[in-house]
Ligand binder design. Structure first.
Ligand code: KIV
Length: 276
């Protein structure tokens, strides 16, 4: 793991060297600091915050101001990792001008070093124009959660053959379009491992997979899934490395029991009239 600050340009070098890129989402200071200290390469302030932080059932309601708010906290905590912030639904699809202005806000007001947006061929011109004003763009193709209504839910993409949205050949074209438009990396979400490997082998830029198998140049997971901070449903691709939901529940239960039993606070946790 490099000690130095991770820059957008380092990810391409990591692909060339065969060093896997580790990316996690983060939305606040403590977890961003924990992940940064642990050596994660990229912190993504994802619009997944709508679901895992705000309790919504999709990412669609998330606003740009909310992503800026969370990005500031993550940037304050970060020492080494690259910070990428998501452009939420309808903050870049309306016009290129809208995408330029809102990408600029994520950089200028949020402190992000790059933005991420969803879409392939249809977003290529937008990516090109944002990159043209020196804002690095991370692409995102495959299962794109902002397209939940078109996809009919959070469904694995690229299993069918064809050139319409979500089909295998179309995803290969989407990946090529994102790369040609100047993105420095792209997320491959919810696609068969074989297809993700093929896209990765064809692409000159790094691919970062989520539910896309081990053949990508890096992996990303949502922090709540990694830490076991979800109440119930865990998608198949997500691996919990801790069970913080259980730990936090146990802590709260113990606290309540001690308050009710007057066993907290003890003198150890109380102040006297004298003393330090
Ligand atoms: O919003 C998000 O967290 C994401 C990741 C799942 C890649 O886009």
């Amino acid at each position: 793991m490099a000690k130095d600050k991770v820059r957008v340009t380092d990810l391409g070098r990591m692909k060339a060297e065969g060093t896997p890129i580790a990316m996690l989402t983060a939305y606040d200071f403590p977890f961003a600091r924990i992940f940064d200290n642990a050596g994660v390469d990229v912190l993504l302030v994802g619009d997944s915050l709508g679901m895992v932080v705000q309790g919504a059932d999709s990412t669609l309601p998330v606003t740009l101001d909310e992503v800026i708010y969370h990005t500031r906290m993550v940037v304050r905590a970060r020492r080494r990792a690259l910070v990428v912030a998501d452009l939420p639904f309808l903050t870049y699809q309306v016009s290129v001008e809208q995408a330029l202005a809102n990408s600029g806000r994520l950089i200028k007001e949020g402190g992000a070093e790059a933005v991420k947006l969803e879409g392939g061929i249809t977003m290529a011109e937008t990516i090109r124009r944002v990159v043209d004003i020196d804002i690095p763009v991370m692409g995102h193709i495959g299962l794109t959660p902002q397209s939940i209504h078109r996809m009919g839910g959070h469904r694995v993409q690229g299993r069918r053959s064809g050139t319409s949205a979500g089909c295998r050949e179309r995803l290969l074209e989407d990946a090529a379009a994102v790369e040609q438009a100047g993105a420095f990396a792209m997320v491959l979400e919810g696609i068969p491992a074989e297809l993700a490997r093929e896209i990765t082998e064809r692409a000159a830029i790094p691919t970062i997979g989520i539910g896309a198998g081990v053949g990508c140049d890096g992996q990303v997971l949502v922090m709540h899934d990694v830490l076991g901070l979800s109440e119930s449903f865990l998608p198949r691709f997500a691996k919990p490395y801790a069970n913080l939901w259980q730990d936090a529940s146990a802590a709260a239960t113990s606290y309540i029991r001690e308050v009710r039993g007057r066993t907290f606070p003890t003198p150890e946790h109380s102040y006297g009239l004298k003393g330090a």
